[in-house]
Write a protein that binds this ligand. Structure first.
Ligand SMILES: Cc1ncc(COP(=O)(O)O)c(C=O)c1O
Length: 404
C-alpha cells in the first residue's frame, strides 16, 4: 500500500476527533497568552512553540481528576510502576531494552540538558551541536560558559544530512568533549538512519565524546520512518551516552513537567544524580508520578490517531503550498509536528518576512535564525492544531505575503 492509502485508512479508522478548534487564550498558556508579547504583535494566531492545541488523551484527564478528588497533595515519589512504564514503552515503541535503574526523573528536558552539561563538562569545554537546531541546545551551552562547537547540517537536494567530514575536522581542531544530538531533529524533521547513527557513534566513541541524545520527539515519527535509539546503535554507546525522553511532546503534557534521563553507566549516573540532588531536584509533582504510567499503558491508540492527523496536516500543508504559494517549499517532514519551510525563493530578508507575518498575516511562526544562522530564510510552523486553524493561518499568509 502506498503512503496515501495507509493515511486514508488510518484517518477513516480514527477514534479521536482532532478537528475541534480550541482557542486557548486565558488559560495561562505560553503558546497563546504570551504570543503577542513575545512576537510584538496584536491578536496573533500562535503557530510557534512545540505545544499542541489538542486535548491530552482521556486517561490523562481521568487520572488527574482522580488524584485531585483525593484532595491530599503531599510529597510524591516515583515508585517501581513509574520506571516499569518507561521500560515497557521504550521496548514497545523502539524495540530497545533499558533497565529500571538507568532512569532518573527530571522536571524537564531543558533542565536535563543543563544538568548533564554541568555534570560532565567544565567551563570552556567544547560541545557539539548541529544547527539549525532547537535553540535551548546552544543556549544551555552558552549559559554554562561552555563553547558551542557547531557542525552545521548540510542541506542538499531538499534533505538535511550530517556533515561527517566537517565533524571530523572540528573534532581535530576544537577537541570537544560532548555532543547534543537531536534525534529526531527539531526543526528540520529528520529521523536519523542506522548508517548515519552508526558513523556518528563510531566517531564520538573514538574521540571519547559523550553524547546526549535528545529523543523527546521519538514517538512522533511520520510516514514510513523508524526512530532508532542512539543507545541501541553500538554497545559502546551504553557507556558513553545519556538519552532524554519524555511523554510531554507525545501526549501534550509539557505543563505537567515529566521528563526522564537514561544513563546506563552506573558511575556517570551517580555523578548526574548527585548533581540533581545538589540542585534540590528530587521529588516530582503528584500528578507526574501517576500520569506517566497511565498514559504509557493506555495512550497507544490515541497516539496512533494523533500521528495520522499530523500526517494529514503535513500533506494538507504541502498541497496548499504547491497550489497557492509554490515559492515556499516544505522540507519533507519525517517526524514531529513542526514543519520546516524554505522561504528563500521569495528573496526577502527574514526581518521583512517576519514583519509581514506578524503585522499583516497576524501569524506567529518561529523564524529560522532562532535556530542558528543556518536557519536564515526558513520558518518553522507548528501543525498540531485543527486543520481548520491551519487553513486559516495559511490563507492569512497567502493573502498578505503575496499581495505586494
Ligand atoms: C528537541 C527538544 N528537546 C526538548 C524540548 C523541551 O522539553 P521540555 O519541555 O521537557 O524541557 C523541546 C521542545 O520543543 C524539543 O523540541
Amino acid at each position: 500500500m502506498n503512503t496515501f492509502v495507509i493515511l486514508l485508512n488510518n484517518l477513516l479508522h480514527m477514534v479521536t476527533n482532532f478537528d475541534k478548534t480550541t482557542y486557548r487564550k486565558g488559560t495561562n498558556s505560553v503558546k497563546w497568552d504570551l504570543v503577542d508579547m513575545i512576537f510584538k504583535g496584536d491578536d496573533l494566531l500562535p503557530m510557534w512553540v512545540a505545544d499542541m492545541d489538542f486535548e491530552s488523551p482521556e486517561c490523562v484527564k481521568e487520572s488527574i481528576l482522580d488524584i485531585a478528588n483525593k484532595g491530599i497533595f503531599g510529597y510524591s515519589a516515583c515508585l517501581e510502576k513509574y520506571y516499569n512504564s518507561i521500560v515497557k514503552w521504550y521496548y514497545k515503541r523502539h524495540s530497545t531494552i533499558i533497565n529500571n535503574d538507568w532512569i532518573s526523573y527530571t522536571p524537564g528536558t531543558v533542565t536535563s540538558l543543563n544538568m548533564l552539561i554541568q555534570s560532565f563538562t567544565k567551563e570552556g569545554d567544547g560541545i557539539i551541536v548541529q544547527q539549525p537546531v532547537y535553540y535551548p541546545f546552544f543556549n544551555s551551552i552558552l549559559n554554562n560558559n561552555r563553547k558551542v562547537v557547531n557542525n552545521p547540517l548540510r542541506y542538499n537536494n531538499g534533505r538535511y544530512n550530517i556533515d561527517f567530514d566537517h565533524l571530523n575536522k572540528i573534532i581535530e581542531e576544537e577537541n570537544p568533549v560532548m555532543m547534543i544530538l537531536c534525534s529526531p531533529h527539531n526543526p528540520v524533521g529528520r529521523v536519523w538512519e542506522k548508517e548515519e547513527l552508526t558513523t556518528l557513534s563510531y566517531i564520538c566513541n573514538k574521540h571519547n565524546i559523550f553524547v546526549i541524545s535528545d529523543e523527546v520527539h521519538s514517538d512522533l515519527v511520520l510516514f514510513d520512518n523508524k526512530h532508532l535509539p542512539y543507545i541501541g546503535i553500538d554497545t559502546a554507546n551504553i557507556l558513553n551516552s545519556a538519552t532524554c525522553i519524555s511523554p510531554s511532546k507525545s501526549f501534550n503534557m509539557a505543563g505537567l513537567h515529566i521528563s526522564n534521563v537514561i544513563i546506563a553507566d552506573s558511575k556517570k549516573r551517580e555523578i548526574f544524580r548527585s548533581h540533581l540532588n545538589k540542585c534540590g531536584i528530587e521529588w516530582p509533582n503528584i500528578f507526574a508520578t501517576e500520569i506517566q504510567s497511565v498514559v504509557y499503558e493506555k495512550g497507544d491508540l490515541w497516539l496512533k490517531d494523533l500521528i495520522a492527523y499530523i500526517e494529514s496536516n503535513m500533506l494538507y500543508l504541502d498541497s496548499f503550498l504547491k497550489l497557492n504559494m509554490p515559492e515556499i517549499h516544505l522540507v519533507k517532514p519525517e517526524a514531529t509536528y513542526l514543519a520546516w519551510l524554505d522561504f528563500r525563493n521569495l528573496n526577502k530578508e527574514e526581518t521583512e518576512i517576519n514583519k509581514i507575518l506578524i503585522n499583516e498575516s497576524k501569524i506567529a511562526l518561529d523564524y529560522g535564525s532562532m535556530f542558528g544562522k543556518e536557519g536564515n530564510g526558513f520558518q518553522r510552523i507548528n501543525v498540531a492544531c485543527s486543520q481548520e486553524l491551519l487553513k486559516k493561518a495559511l490563507e492569512n499568509i497567502n493573502n498578505t505575503l503575496f499581495r505586494k
